[in-house]
Design a protein around this ligand. Sequence first.
Ligand code: FMN
Length: 382
Amino acid sequence: MKIVNYAGFRESAKARLPHFLFEYIDGGSYDEHTLRRNVSDFKKVTLRQKVLRDVSNPNTSTTLFGRDMALPIALAPIGIAGFYRRRGETQAVRAAEAAGIPIVLSTMSCCPVEEVRKASQRSFWMQLYMIRDRGFMTDFLKRMETAGIDTLFLTVDLAINGIRYRDRIGGLAGSQSLLKRPGRLFDILFHPAWAWDVGINGRPLIIGNVAPAMPNGAGLVQFQAWVARNFDPSVTYKDIAWLRQHWKGKLVLKGITDPGDAAMAVQEGMDGIVVSNHGGRQLDGSLSSIAALPAVRDAVQGKMTILLDGGIRSGLDVLRAMALGADGVLLGRAWAYALAARGEAGVKSMLDIIKEELEVAMALTGQNDVRKLDSDLALTQP
Ligand SMILES: Cc1cc2nc3c(=O)[nH]c(=O)nc-3n(C[C@H](O)[C@H](O)[C@H](O)COP(=O)(O)O)c2cc1C
């Protein structure tokens, strides 16, 4: 099947993945209103069509957090990507690198940061959750430094886990061993390509970054129990001050949608924020990312870098986000599905498609440089 867009990668991933994994990626919290809004609100951003400008050479490159990038895009942190394809994070980082962009590697990746770093020519960005055990945190930060990471994304919209019905019904949630859950064996047997690629050849299927803190096994079930014990819901800027003392690189807060929180991030000297609601997986009923962006942009007043994620399905959406004030975007499910569908080649092909779509959108709106978009480009906003 020829895949030409996001929908094609999603369909192909659905066919290849065991049901419980597809549901984990595809789902959001509660009735998934925010998840749907993240996508539908993008369609409410009407762009101005501008003609008769020389658009023969559009520039899509930019610099974010000191890194030159071919596109204003990075791969968002996505947990357990090694469950979607064999050593998935290493495949994704190679594809991102080939497209000239970084990945933000999830703390919850299967491949530890050292393995992903070995697979790549250059360093990348890293996502972090605040863990209660500060000893683990200091060791982890040292590992990041050794791997040459210079920019950390601290995820702040997951003080505790959102409630996701799809995971509870047929998916990942629960304390029973994954293989022992009803219907699981059949689910896997009906997806033999996945079983061979990941189930047999993709081992160890553990959460590599936190494995050192879990001597009795870092499989999914043990990991979920570890998260429940160790994620720190008491985090405030006091803890971020602690982080600042132990981390000399750049620090970005991921999961801001409120203008007051954004102004606070500026005041506290953050290097940037990601306008994000965790892909609709946390607070259902909250604003979509794209609807939240204009007020956040006004609060920030150009004093730090603003990225956005949530609902970006095409290069046209990338331009829409940037027209409303984002300096760049992260792609979440888009790369998770591309990876599950076609591995490294899939992620590269998805990025090629997004690049072409962005160039076309720029040309048809008369824009030559993604860093210098016309300020009146968006006619309407959600
Ligand atoms: C399967 C899945 C796993 C995710 N894992 C993480 C994670 O480990 N850390 C994190 O900060 N965000 C995580 N996110 C949120 C993404 O980084 C991102 O905010 C979201 O996917 C953007 O929305 P989109 O999928 O519509 O592009 C995850 C999202 C999905 C779909």
